[in-house]
Design a protein around this ligand. Structure first.
Ligand code: F6R
Length: 243
């Protein structure tokens, strides 16, 4: 893992966007893995600004999102489909047929997981995957204890993850109980990975990620065994790592 230190959230976002834009310029037909949550919002904002000023084109880029809630329609404001349209896709020139997000409304969720994993394989795999990290070390919705070799699958969300995401809903009872997520096995097949971490609430897990052992109870720790990972973290997220 290569650590890139950023001053603050804004610099982290600019650095991540710069890496992504560099890859797109070099490989215009690349496959890009995307994340949702609070952390990548600034990165997406920087990608949109770059698109407006420099016209970096996404017309031949293919995207796969990490995850989607089960039971939320793509038009639901808390669905990750909606988030991606609002935060990125509506503002760049990516054709809709090149966008892939798991279908949390599928009748047979297991089939949807296999279909999604198959689409990733058909596209030649993910060239660059963007990740956030949960304060318990989850990546995607792969919670502590998830086997490292899993493909795309359905997960039951832990109480702590539902609690963390409740701020986006009208109360805990509205937060979905399940999600579809790329597995850690899927994520580890990505050729390159960028993991973003910002803010004090990520400081404990960033310390563990940088200095701890590979441990099934810390899903992100497996990234230590990947050959090409950039961790871009701001000073608050690095608070314990540097003391
Ligand atoms: C989102 C995702 C999650 C988030 C993580 C951190 O697609 O897969 O693993 O990256 O929960 O969320 P934030 O960025 O809101 O702290």
């Amino acid at each position: 893992m290569k650590l890139i230190e950023a001053r603050d959230y804004e610099e982290m976002s600019q650095l991540a966007a710069g890496l992504i834009i560099g890859e797109i310029n070099e490989f215009p037909t690349m496959t890009l893995g995307l994340a949702t949550g609070a952390t990548p919002v600034g990165t997406y904002r920087a990608l949109i600004q770059d698109y407006q000023h420099n016209r970096t084109s996404y017309s031949r880029v293919t995207t796969f999102n990490l995850d989607e809630y089960v039971g939320l329609h793509p038009t639901h404001p808390n669905s990750y489909h909606y988030y991606m349209k609002e935060k990125l896709f509506d503002h760049i020139d990516i054709p809709s047929h090149r966008i892939h997000i798991p279908d949390g409304m599928a009748d047979v969720l297991e089939q949807e997981c296999q279909r999604y994993e198959g689409s990733i394989e058909e596209s030649g795999g993910i060239d660059l995957q963007l990740l956030g990290i949960g304060s318990n070390g989850h990546i995607g919705f792969n919670e502590p204890g998830t086997p490292f070799d899993k493909a795309t699958h359905v997960v039951e969300l832990t109480p702590s993850t539902r609690e963390a995401n409740r701020r986006y809903f009208n109360g805990l009872s509205e937060v979905p109980t399940h999600a579809i997520t790329m597995g850690i096995g899927t994520i580890m097949k990505s050729k390159k990975i960028i993991l973003l971490a910002s803010g004090l609430k990520k400081a404990r897990i960033v310390h563990q990620l940088l200095f701890g052992e590979v441990d099934n109870n810390v899903p992100a720790s497996i990234l230590k065994e990947h050959s090409h990972v950039w961790v871009i973290a701001d000073q608050e997220a690095l608070r314990y790592a540097k003391s």
